[in-house]
Design a protein. Structure first.
Length: 280
């Protein structure tokens, strides 16, 4: 399965993988890097996604099951010394596995056609770590999709991929969608739009008490520093703040997103919610 010969540091395959650290090369080739055993395992299990795998001798032995799965999935497996992996990797301490993957974003029209019940919309989210973490939170909460607007960070930024901890491979993600189009499309699909903002007129507790959160819902989350602009808030059906019951000044983006998404997930699964099971 894996030959004994190490790939040359001067190989064109190594050079091509190294270039994927830059956004313009990722966009041109429609390829991105997935680093570490968790991400590579998820990529190998996602049909037609993993193209190549670079592995150190130690990692190939330690994660032999992942390497075998990658090979079975059709990926070209290259043994590489640690210097080569460090050259390709974008992390300070590489874990010995770096995969080259095909883009896997989903057309926004396909997201709408699936009649989603819970969606996270990232509007002007610029920090890749936050974007990846919100994606992970959406996955954990059982969201049906994530939408990144055209002013948000690159989904395939290595920091975003790492922060998603494999969730990038679990649920549909649409990218480059203008926020107005995202909102209108979701409204037309019967989805209620809630904008998460610290200056919201209603708080999350009030929404839950009203019993209005069991319907299909999309949450809009804004920029880490300045939140949502007024024109985006005006697009929403309601602007909702997460209540601060203690003395904390605020919540960071990913924490607030987790609270909001889980609140919707719980309401949707309660009796009468859009995901509740009606006895036959």
């Amino acid at each position: 399965m894996v030959g004994p010969e190490l790939i040359s540091p001067k190989s064109s395959r190594v050079s091509a993988a190294r270039r994927l650290a830059k956004r313009n090369f990722r966009g041109k080739e429609r390829l991105f890097l997935a680093e570490g055993p968790q991400a590579v395992r998820e990529a190998a299990g996602h049909a037609d996604t993993l193209v190549e795998l670079f592995a150190t001798l130690d990692a190939a032995e330690r994660y032999a099951d992942i390497v075998a799965e990658a090979s079975d999935a059709g990926a070209r497996v290259h043994l590489a010394d640690e210097d080569v992996i460090a050259d390709i990797s974008t992390t300070v301490t590489p874990q010995g596995l770096v995969g080259v993957c095909r883009f896997l974003d989903t057309p926004f029209e396909d997201v709408l056609a699936a009649r989603p019940k819970l969606v996270a919309v990232l509007a002007n989210v610029r920090d890749p770590g936050n974007a990846g973490t919100v994606l992970r939170c959406a996955d954990a909460a059982g969201a049906d999709a994530v939408v990144l607007t055209n002013a948000s960070v690159d989904l395939y930024n290595p920091k975003s991929v790492r922060a998603s901890v494999g969730s990038l491979f679990h649920l549909p993600v649409a990218v480059g969608v203008p926020v107005e189009r995202a909102v209108q499309g979701l409204k037309d699909a019967g989805v209620r739009i809630l904008a998460a903002d610290g200056a919201g007129e209603d708080d999350l507790d009030t929404e839950l008490d009203r019993g209005t959160m069991g319907t299909p819902t999309a949450w809009i989350f804004g920029n880490e520093a300045w939140g949502l602009p007024e024109e985006t808030r005006e697009l929403a059906d309601a602007v909702v703040r997460v209540p601060i019951h203690g003395k904390a000044e605020s919540l960071n983006l990913a924490t607030a997103a987790a609270v909001c998404l889980y609140a919707s997930a719980r309401a949707q699964r309660a009796p009468g919610g859009c995901r509740s099971v009606t006895p036959s």
